[in-house]
Design a protein around this ligand. Structure first.
Ligand code: NAP
Length: 442
């Protein structure tokens, strides 16, 4: 057998500890598959005294991650600290500049510095692998980088945040409010104490930025992602979507259009018949449309120590076999500049929920605003809200705001925004209109 591949693991938290358990349980099988042993030689974390339930006998402890990365006893540095800067960044840079292979699960770091780090890795002739950074246990990086290399990709999209999918699934199944479901997600450990990063779509955006680069051969451009989270979604929207044949998911979508590449993260109505609509709870899914293969959908756990460690192990296996691929799927000197397609140019169907004052002419005003913006309506649903508890159990009509739901045919974002601004300005609605984009899926 060839010489052992020596690993230094930076970060012994959820993922780091799972990786060490995986190596201890499946290390022999991994060695057989790779044709060489894989051994843990060094570790680092913040607190040396913490009992992590791991057997680290014979493994060298480092107080400083960058120092470990430069150690002569390490061939591969596995960065599992997290964060776009600080110790994680220092560790990865030290490893690459010392000619060490790097494996990381850190989407925040790669979204911010991925292109530059890929260049450094290439110059040093080492790997920068990050299967675990996008959708945890789902092998989407390998799929895009290798399995779909023969395709021209037109769209990549997915459910990339389990916390949001858990909240939306429970809202739909149990009719609970967003706030109730978020509180439960926090109690169950699916959401952080400060959930902003998940529910406002930033976490999805980091992963989408990497998918975009891999799918379209362009530089990573995380700052160019249109972002809308799920906190404005109500049970009324979920119910209306259900009745209209849709489900609401937080999607990250990257798509080639005539004006460039759209990168967008927003709540999305997806047809109930689509594969993505059936992904429930904390599961993730990533779908890729390729010109030759057609549509491919990968489903699996997007987070959790074991699932994420499984992806880290696949990166280890590639390096152990000497399989060194360019980090972003193509050498960095051929990556194109990212050409942003402005969100205002986005085209698609739209769901619009209005709270319309029950006044003569209100409907005609809305219809006029839509027509002025050149928007054709596929359906209009009006529900007359009734006041409960009237005499003899009979209900009387409420003459206040009534919910009205509009579904548009394909139109542009500019047109929809223009129409909604006009409707608000005419004073016929009680609240800000709700607008959710509909994704065309087969
Ligand atoms: N958890 C998941 O399900 C998941 C899924 C996909 C990707 N990821 C990514 O995987 C990475 C790790 O996530 P995690 O959930 O395992 O995080 P975690 O549980 O918070 O663990 C972080 C580890 O980093 C160590 N650390 C913090 N600062 C350090 C420093 N300055 N020097 C050395 N070590 C330091 C911590 O040490 P102490 O233990 O001593 O505090 C801890 O062991 C992140 O990039 C995350 O985005 C996680």
């Amino acid at each position: 057998m060839a010489s052992a591949l020596r690993l230094g693991v930076a970060g012994l938290g959820t993922v780091g500890a799972s990786l060490i358990r995986l190596l201890s349980k499946n290390g022999d099988a991994l060695a057989r598959k790779c044709g060489r042993p894989v051994v843990l030689t060094a570790v680092t974390a913040r607190d040396k005294t913490r009992d992590r339930g791991l057997d680290l006998t014979g493994v060298t402890w480092f107080d400083d991650a960058a120092e470990m990365a430069r150690s002569a006893d390490v061939d591969v540095v596995v960065e599992l600290i997290g964060g776009a800067s600080g110790a994680a960044e220092a560790c990865v840079r030290a490893a690459l500049t010392s000619g060490k292979h790097v494996i990381t699960a850190n989407k925040a770091l790669l979204a911010a510095h991925g292109v530059e780090l890929a260049e450094i890795a290439e110059k040093a002739g080492v790997s920068l692998n990050y299967e675990a950074a996008v959708a945890g246990g789902i092998p989407i990086v390998k799929t895009l980088r290798e399995a779909m290399a023969g395709n021209s990709v037109t769209r990549v999209y997915g459910i990339l945040n389990g916390t949001c999918n858990y909240i939306l699934t429970r809202m739909e199944r149990e009719g609970l409010s967003f706030a109730e479901c978020l509180a439960d997600a926090q109690r169950l450990g699916y959401a952080e104490a400060d959930p902003t990063f998940d529910i406002e779509g930033n976490d999805t955006a980091h992963k989408l930025a990497l998918l975009t680069s891999l799918a379209f051969g362009c530089k990573i451009s995380a700052d160019d992602i249109y972002l809308e989270g799920i906190s404005s979604i109500t049970t009324a929207d979920i119910k209306a979507a259900d009745e209209l044949g849709y489900r609401i998911k937080l999607l990250g979508v990257a798509q080639v259009t005539e004006s460039g590449i759209e990168q967008r993260v927003h709540p999305t109505m997806v047809p109930k018949t689509s594969a993505i609509a059936r992904i429930d709870g904390v599961l993730n899914a990533v779908a890729v449309d390729g010109d030759f293969v057609g549509g491919v959908v990968l489903v699996g756990p997007g987070a959790g120590g074991n699932a994420t460690a499984s992806s880290v192990a696949s990166d280890i296996a590639d390096i152990a076999r000497g399989d060194i691929a360019p980090a972003l799927g193509a050498p960095s000197n051929v990556l194109t500049d990212y050409k942003r397609a402005g969100m205002r140019l986005h085209e698609g169907g739209y769901y619009i929920r209005l709270s319309v004052f029950d006044r003569p002419g209100a409907f005609a005003t809305i219809a006029r605003c839509m027509a002025d913006a050149d928007i054709s309506l596929e359906s209009i649903v009006q529900r007359r809200r009734r006041a409960p508890g009237s005499l003899n159990g009979a209900e009387t009509e409420v003459h206040e705001a009534q919910p009205v739901i509009l579904i548009t045919y394909e139109t542009s974002e500019t047109a929809v925004r223009q129409a909604l601004e006009a409707i608000e300005a005419k004073g016929v609605v009680a609240d800000r209109p709700q607008m959710i984009r509909i994704e065309k899926l087969s």
